[in-house]
Design a protein around this ligand. Sequence first.
Ligand code: IPE
Ligand code: IPE
Ligand code: MG
Length: 244
Amino acid sequence: MPGPDAEPPRHVAIIMDGNGRWAERRGLPRAAGHVAGVEAVRRVVRAAPTHGIGTLTLYAFSSDNWRRPEPEVRMLMSLLRAYLRDECAACARSGVRLRVIGRRDRLPVALAEAIEQAETATAGGDCLELRVAIDYSARDAILRAATLLRDTPPTREQFGAALAASTHAGACAPDVDLVVRTAGEQRLSDFLLWESAYAELWFTRTLWPDFGAAHLAAAVRAFERRERRYGALPGGTQPLAESA
Ligand code: IPE
Ligand code: IPE
Ligand code: MG
């Protein structure tokens, strides 16, 4: 049972894995798994605000995913573009602010344009910040932030701001409270390494296209039962120390 003071996770980050296996188990092409995965995204975006989640970051395409066969990459790029195009009116209506984090310079022009349009159309949303990570690598983002700051030793806060700038994230999101990964894998695959320093981790064998509101609710319940200590003793409430 969650304690009476259990706080919901403010920032949830999801590594949406298992689309390919979902399709293969049905004798379908991998693309069918990615299409079904978009429906899971819609379910989770609808459910997130009901749990008090303010920021949801979804890992959609890692910088290492360029290593996949070209037809799959092309299919994913056009699926992402269609998602942003089709979803942005509904997001604007329901107060969802869309942002895409990652590199933009290697994306197809049409996708880069769809990103700009979706971000502009949903800029007024204040119910949920939905961040979609595309061509994202946490290690590359850290390296770019370090380059931006090479003349000034930064505080953690300043470094976080440079990191946000280096991934087109706009304002700095709060630290990740909860990382969810589907499909049975238990690794971070270069996702939000800096931001997840004290994140709670929750893994499920469910494949991403089968993920829905009930799974998100289970992850939030598990989070609310955890005790976060930040290096202090149980019950310690001091905030995290800032670096020197
Ligand atoms: C996640 O599903 C989607 C992306 C990484 C783009 P996968 O495509 O990795 O699915 P599996 O891991 O092969 O089942
Ligand atoms: C991580 O999934 C990237 C995304 C979910 C977009 P992968 O399927 O690419 O990760 P690995 O290769 O199994 O670590
Ligand atoms: Mg995978």
